[in-house]
Design a protein around this ligand. Structure first.
Ligand code: UDP
Ligand code: MG
Length: 342
């Protein structure tokens, strides 16, 4: 994967930390987010640049960010041509970040920006990756917490790469780690898996995950189940997954039917003729077969998607803040139309 052709910010040799923010329909959230983030960035011991990725928002988020760019320095807005999903947006952010280290943070203030200073300190004392691990998840339903808990454990049972429990995309990565991550060319951007795959000296800091400050989560349960399956098989193609679902249902119905026949014969003494048990067995085995074909299909689909070699996202426009402050050097003011990014 090629790095973007954005010029690196020149801060006269001082270390620069890029803060990457994926944004999808966060118009109500953005003013609150900027109000809280900007003073924190100013108070950091390193220079910063802010990279917003507008992931095809339809609520005027990009317009708001473009006007914020006019007022603040060291900001970059990368507009994707449509909604590509958070994983692609984060990849775009990493490609457009020029700093010596990169922090990925959500726009909804669930990842408290107050922790950035501590992350920077860990990086400066030699860690390539500073992982933020959720000690608690406020404002999230018991179901979401439970399913997240089970999912991370299941993932680690099935995968050889050890994916740290209860960590999201909120993390700091050194330039070395970011470049390593960008060298992984797969279309499937299951970021948690990719982050874990690169290894490197890692330190884990714990934090309390705040509730979303405004707006609504972009995740619903089908979405989360989808992400989970993607994590487990590393990709997904829905029709093949339907086969899996239908197979499961058929197998369950077959098994229940079989159990019912056995119960009826033993408890009620209703001797069964061959026909119903035959149906039960055929349905059960048919279901299992469909399930297996579905699982194989998951991997065939994954190969199919990878062989197409499509870019992970398309950029519509890259806008730089026009103003430079005293700490700053030259940020390029390019507008790239449909920059090819992979
Ligand atoms: N996001 C994105 N593209 C998407 C969905 C979400 O860039 O398709 C961004 C969103 O704007 C937010 C972050 O990813 O900054 C996390 O999203 P959200 O809060 O909806 O996820 P959750 O915290 O519930 O996992
Ligand atoms: Mg959130």
């Amino acid at each position: 994967m090629k790095r973007s052709n954005v010029q690196p910010a020149n801060f006269a040799g001082n270390p620069v930390v890029s803060v990457v923010v994926p944004v999808f329909n966060e118009r109500t959230m953005l003013p609150v987010f900027l109000d809280r983030l900007l003073p924190i960035l100013d108070s950091l011991t390193v220079a910063t640049e802010l990279v917003f990725i507008d992931d095809g928002s339809e609520d005027g988020s990009a317009h708001y960010l473009a006007s914020a760019l006019a007022q603040h320095s060291h900001m970059r807005l990368v507009k994707l041509s449509r909604n590509f999903g958070k994983e692609a947006a984060v990849t775009a952010g990493l490609e457009h970040a020029t700093g010596d280290a990169v922090v990925v943070i959500d726009a909804d203030l669930q990842d408290p920006p107050e922790h950035i200073q501590a992350m920077v300190e860990e990086w400066q004392s030699g860690s390539d990756v500073v992982l933020m691990q959720r000690r608690s998840r406020q404002g999230e339903s018991v179901m979401k917490r439970l399913s997240a808990h089970l999912f991370y454990r299941l993932l680690n049972c099935t995968s050889r790469t050890n994916i740290p429990v209860d960590t999201g995309d909120f993390r700091l990565m050194s330039r070395r780690a970011v470049d390593a991550l960008l060298s992984l060319g797969e279309r499937n951007r299951y970021m948690k898996g990719l982050f874990a795959w690169i290894g490197m000296p890692t330190v884990v800091l714990q934090y309390d995950r705040a509730p979303r400050a405004a707006g609504v989560t972009k995740w619903d349960y089908p979405g989360l189940v989808g992400l989970a399956l993607e994590g487990l098989t590393s990709f997904s193609t829905s029709p093949l997954r339907w086969a899996t679902g239908v197979g499961l249902i058929a197998a369950t119905v077959g098994a229940l039917f079989g159990a019912w026949i056995v119960l009826k014969a033993t408890l009620l003494g209703d001797a069964t003729s061959g026909y119903p048990s035959l149906v039960a067995i055929i349905t059960f085995l048919g279901g299992i077969q469909l399930l297996s074909v579905g699982i194989v299909g998951e991997y065939v689909g994954k190969t199919y998607v990878e062989t197409k070699q499509r870019p992970i996202y398309l950029t519509e426009e890259v806008i730089e803040s026009r103003q430079a402050n005293s700490k700053s050097g030259n940020i390029s003011k390019g507008h790239y139309r449909h920059a090819k990014t992979s």
